[in-house]
Design a protein around this ligand. Sequence first.
Ligand code: NAG
Ligand code: NAG
Ligand code: NAG
Ligand code: NAG
Ligand code: NAG
Ligand code: NAG
Ligand code: NAG
Ligand code: NAG
Length: 554
Amino acid sequence: MLAMLEILVAFAVFQEVFTGSSLGVVSTEGGMVQGENIRLGYRRHMDVFRGVPFADIPGRFEKPQRHPGWDGIMNTTEFKNRCIQINLLMTDTRGSEDCLYLNIWVPHGSSVSRDLPVMVWIYGGGFLIGGSMGADFLDDYRYSGQQIADRGNVIMVTLGYRVGTMGFMSTGDSSLPGNYGLWDQHAAIAWVHRNIRSFGGDPDNVTLFGESAGGASVSFQTLTPHNKGLFKRAISQSGVALCPWAINKNPRKFAEEVALKVNCSTNQTMAACLKMTDPVLLTLAGKFNLTSSPDSPIVGNLLLSPVIDGDFLPDDPRNLFHNAADIDYIAGINDMDGHLFTSFDVPSINRPLQDTHIEDVKRLLGSYTKEKGQAGLDNAFSTYNSTWGSRPSREIIKRTVVDIGTDFIFLVATQAALSLHAANATTGRTYSYLFSQPNRFGGIPGLYPRWMGADHADDVQYVFGKPFSSPLLYWPRHRDVSGYMIAYWTNFARTGDPNEGELSVPVTWPEFNSTSHLFLEINSNMNKDSVGQNMKMPYVHLWTSVLPSLPTTV
Ligand SMILES: *[C@@H]1O[C@H](CO)[C@@H](O)[C@H](O)[C@H]1NC(C)=O
Ligand SMILES: *[C@@H]1O[C@H](CO)[C@@H](O)[C@H](O)[C@H]1NC(C)=O
Ligand SMILES: *[C@@H]1O[C@H](CO)[C@@H](O)[C@H](O)[C@H]1NC(C)=O
Ligand SMILES: *[C@@H]1O[C@H](CO)[C@@H](O)[C@H](O)[C@H]1NC(C)=O
Ligand SMILES: *[C@@H]1O[C@H](CO)[C@@H](O)[C@H](O)[C@H]1NC(C)=O
Ligand SMILES: *[C@@H]1O[C@H](CO)[C@@H](O)[C@H](O)[C@H]1NC(C)=O
Ligand SMILES: *[C@@H]1O[C@H](CO)[C@@H](O)[C@H](O)[C@H]1NC(C)=O
Ligand SMILES: *[C@@H]1O[C@H](CO)[C@@H](O)[C@H](O)[C@H]1NC(C)=O
């Protein structure tokens, strides 16, 4: 009897092993790697590779180089260090210069997967912070690809790239040209194109996606001439190359400030001196200035950004859209993306018992329109106060501050990028969205106002399926919106059309074109009214047409 039981148990174990699909050891251009195989359910397994090198340890302020390769089997079961960056308290650094690694999630059914679409995630963090795996919360990493890969049946890749001083400092000339972090992303994308077939991926079906500085990075990767044929589709969430913070037009000024802090002279010896300086000191010298006011908004402190270097970016991004003519592109924003930023500039917007003064609205607008002087401010203010009536409520004034931030920092540039993409597209499609799922903590005094919509980065948790992996922290409606986003995103990766693929969607998302300007509003309550047209047109018109036509006064 006992023997019989043992045989049964052995058989069950054998069955489990037999039905558990795994790639086993995978051969890449640098050598062999072995990941971890996890069981997700009956006949559902996933191979996870953490810390796969896509380039050598980078030289300081140099483009990444191919990895020299290794002997034997590399155990790729642990995430590697982030790239060296300032810590959250900005008191110290974390991470390493040895950081050019990516992570891969490959789902399998009863047989090993082949030719799956591939989605490559580029993290945000103001080009200053971030890691390929994101923060660890109760052993669920923020950018774990598991939910997207499993639900959407796609391969997920998350890449690391240099940030902060080491990733983006530039002297504005050939001595330290900058854009090192963008070159890292490009190296990872090229590695995926060359190697993903060994992992069961289709190298001709690669989609980039990213949020904030990651969304802008995705946009830069579509605009550079260096990525021809390496990927087919792209999604920019709350960030495009045209955003006012995405390019630093005068990078030398910041490089000189860094040089002075680390005791380098700012004459011809500056670049050589910076290259010899300890990366910890350089990283600390590039720390983010959190001091802001309506007269000096915080977004202006994001100075370690990509630059027009004549190489990765041969020209101003708005003149490079022909390079994206065959890329299918989704771009969108959150309805209150500006809240996080304007909370620093005008803290009263979050204090329910405190007024926000009309003077603060004018000061913030005046800063954003500074180049256009009084005429700029008058035009802008009369546009934003047009819905106020004669006695605007406390709430409407606060919401206007958030709207101004959202428009200036994200919305307007995203609409401009969508229009340029659609106008230059040959085979590439264009889709626009507005994410408006209200923040879960709306109404907590001092944190989020009662009328809060979707703040900056609120979309990320839904795209990564957190309401499924941490079900106790979310309501069923949050699982609905997460399911919708994963369906649109992975369908798009599979077919170039967010409506067509393995997952059904609640509403058909129509294409954006130069005449229709249609967009999809994404939240947990989707129905036929979720399709809109001409997102915030009078405001887009103000920033893209009225203000630029005024004479510059400073
Ligand atoms: C590889 O990683 C696994 C899991 O962490 C561990 O059990 C094994 O000993 C490692 N092998 C080598 C060669 O390091
Ligand atoms: C991508 O994958 C889809 C579905 O597997 C397939 O029809 C298509 O031919 C693939 N290639 C491209 C370039 O879209
Ligand atoms: C720069 O030089 C000053 C004066 O010699 C010294 O106090 C400071 O520690 C130096 N800073 C760095 C980052 O080396
Ligand atoms: C650059 O500045 C350093 C320190 O001030 C000085 O020693 C050096 O002679 C200068 N070099 C040139 C080429 O001006
Ligand atoms: C930080 O920014 C504020 C406002 O722009 C400015 O007054 C201050 O000098 C800055 N601080 C540093 C350390 O750069
Ligand atoms: C294509 O984009 C360029 C800028 O990159 C723009 O000047 C041009 O008008 C666009 N083409 C069309 C047909 O709109
Ligand atoms: C709206 O702005 C215009 C132009 O600055 C101004 O003349 C008008 O008084 C403002 N209205 C309100 C209600 O603030
Ligand atoms: C733009 O989209 C609308 C609505 O989908 C469609 O009717 C129109 O034909 C499209 N125009 C162009 C130029 O593709």
